[in-house]
Design a protein around this ligand. Structure first.
Ligand code: SF4
Length: 138
C-alpha cells in the first residue's frame, strides 16, 4: 500500500448524498464484524442471531447486510435509517484499504464521493486507525 499521497493527511466530510449506501457493483456489500452485528441487534432490541438471520447474508465466509435491489436495506432516501448503529465499514468510508492507493483514490474515490477534499483534516495516524477497522481484514 502506497502511503505517499496521504502522508500529510486528507480532508473528508460527508456531504450526505447517500451515494456510498446505494448500489455500486463490486463495492456494494456492507460487510459486518461480529461487533457490528451485536451493535445492530442491540439497536433493534433483538438477539444477534435474530438480526443475522433477518438482515444478513454470507459471501465467501463473510457476513454482510442483505440488499434491496443492490442498495443497502437501511438506506431511506439519502439517509441511513439505522445511522446510530451503522457498521465500521460505513463509519470508516472512504478510508478503506482498497481505496488507499493514489490511482484508485484519484480516479475512483475522488470522482465518486463529493466529501473528499472537504471538511476535517484526517491525519495519517487517524487514517491508519480507520484502516485498521477493515471488517474483512482477518
Ligand atoms: S448501514 Fe446505513 S450508512 Fe451503512 S450503507 Fe447502509 S444505509 Fe448506508
Amino acid at each position: 500500500m502506497s502511503e505517499k499521497f496521504w502522508k500529510q493527511g486528507i480532508r473528508f466530510e460527508c456531504q450526505g448524498t447517500g451515494r456510498c449506501c446505494a448500489s455500486r457493483g463490486s463495492y456494494g456489500y456492507v460487510y459486518l464484524t461480529l461487533e457490528d452485528r451485536r451493535r445492530f441487534a442491540k439497536y433493534f432490541k433483538i438477539s444477534t442471531l435474530a438480526f443475522t438471520r433477518r438482515h444478513c447474508a454470507k459471501t465467501n465466509g463473510y457476513f454482510h447486510l442483505k440488499e434491496i435491489k443492490g442498495d443497502c436495506q437501511f438506506l431511506e432516501g439519502k439517509g441511513c435509517s439505522a445511522y446510530d448503529a451503522r457498521p465500521a465499514q460505513c463509519r470508516t468510508w472512504p478510508f478503506w484499504p482498497e481505496n488507499m492507493n493514489a490511482r484508485t483514490w484519484s480516479r475512483e474515490v475522488k470522482a465518486f464521493c463529493p466529501g473528499v477534499g472537504k471538511g476535517k483534516l484526517y491525519s495519517e495516524a487517524e487514517i491508519k486507525a480507520l484502516l485498521a477497522q477493515d471488517p474483512i481484514d482477518p
